[in-house]
Design a protein around this ligand. Structure first.
Ligand SMILES: NC(=O)c1ccc[n+]([C@@H]2O[C@H](COP(=O)([O-])OP(=O)(O)OC[C@H]3O[C@@H](n4cnc5c(N)ncnc54)[C@H](O)[C@@H]3O)[C@@H](O)[C@H]2O)c1
Length: 326
């Protein structure tokens, strides 16, 4: 054996990499691929010694890296807006997606997305979109629903935690009740959603990905928008992602935050109603001169949830049209 090749590392003496990540149902595990990993090009001429680890490199081909067909995802706040758009994207890419939301019934957009996934002309997907009613503050409800879904599919591959509320109020007028409500939903709810999912990932030995939908507002104060608690809750999520990434990396679970700039959703339309002129101000502050559409986050969500981002954890991905880059 070459001195470069460690025992149990999966690296073969000829430089190829034997993946052992195939699951019972034949779906490639995240960070691994079914079959042999044979580096080519630059990688092919280099023998790489790797430490045994729960986390494995992504498959070599880009289409395999982005393949989430048959994988199971939960999206909190998936009843409308940005959460729903990202859920729809994961469904279009072949994922089995469950939207969790406190609305008794999802927004009519949900049913349109559910239908479109199956019937897009010429490109029907094997993916699906389903709905479960739960408030993310109901930890028992979260645990129950997550366990039911994991037990049904014998796996759980990812979470996009998008459930959140916004409240625009001057700091001097904030009550303790207002602050606790927002922190309970935006921070504690996301934390408990991640914990419920991580427990099932560990139980079913799934190397999954958890994405906190934070915000650019976790890094900056939004000029003119009085939302001190919302912004602090998003900064807390960015920091939480780093800590959970550290704690769960040994299980092959990655945790990142996605930080959008301004996106046209019901939440933002409510802001525009309260503050005429805000839309124009935000458009000016974007280097692209416009506010984002929810569909523009399908790609980032797929990247973060798929093995394409296999070496990314504890990180914050800012997608804000350059808003914070001036
Ligand atoms: N729209 C933006 O400009 C923008 C920018 C950055 C980050 N974000 C973040 O994106 C995410 C989605 O925001 P959006 O703009 O689509 O808002 P939205 O209000 O349109 O959607 C939020 C969803 O979360 C659900 N929700 C709220 N509280 C819940 C609870 N306790 N339990 C379960 N579900 C709950 C709502 O019912 C709704 O479906 C949020 O985390 C938000 O902070 C939005």
């Amino acid at each position: 054996m070459s001195p470069l090749v460690e025992e149990n590392s999966g690296l073969q003496a000829n430089g190829s990499y034997e993946s052992t990540d195939a699951t019972e149902d034949g779906i490639a595990e995240e960070n691994g691929s079914v079959g042999t990993y044979q580096p080519t090009g630059v990688q092919g001429s280099v023998a790489i010694a790797t430490k045994p680890s729960e986390s494995k490199p992504a498959p070599k081909r880009l289409d395999e890296q982005l393949n989430i067909e048959g994988k199971v995802f939960l999206v909190t706040g998936g009843g409308q807006g940005l959460g729903l758009a990202m859920a729809e994207g994961l469904g279009e890419a072949g994922g089995i997606v469950y939207c969790l939301d406190w609305r008794e019934e999802p927004h009519p957009d949900f049913f349109a997305a559910q239908k479109a996934i199956k019937s897009f002309p010429g490109k029907p997907s094997h993916g699906s979109l389903q709905y479960r009613h739960v408030d993310v503050r109901d930890t028992e409800g979260l645990e129950r629903i997550t366990s039911e879904i994991a037990s049904l599919h014998k796996r759980i591959d990812g979470l996009v935690a998008a459930a959140a509320i916004q409240q625009v109020t001057p700091a001097t007028q904030y009550t303790v009740k207002d602050i606790c409500r927002m922190v309970d939903i935006n921070f504690t709810g996301a934390f408990m959603s991640a914990a419920a999912v991580a427990k099932r990932m560990m139980e079913y030995h799934c190397k999954g990905s958890i994405v906190f939908v934070a915000s650019m507002s976790g890094f900056v104060a939004n000029k003119g928008l009085l939302s001190p608690v919302y912004n602090s809750s998003k900064a807390a999520l960015i920091q939480l992602a780093r800590n959970l990434a550290m704690e769960w990396g040994k299980h092959g679970i990655r945790v990142n935050s996605l930080c959008p700039g301004h996106v046209i959703t019901p939440m933002v339309q409510a802001n525009f109603k309260e503050d005429p002129g805000l839309q124009e101000k935000w458009e000016e502050e974007s280097m692209l001169g416009r506010i984002a559409m929810p569909d523009e986050f399908k790609g980032p969500a797929l990247y973060l949830c798929s093995p394409a981002s296999s070496y990314m954890t504890g990180s914050a991905m800012i997608v804000d049209g350059g808003h914070t880059a001036w």
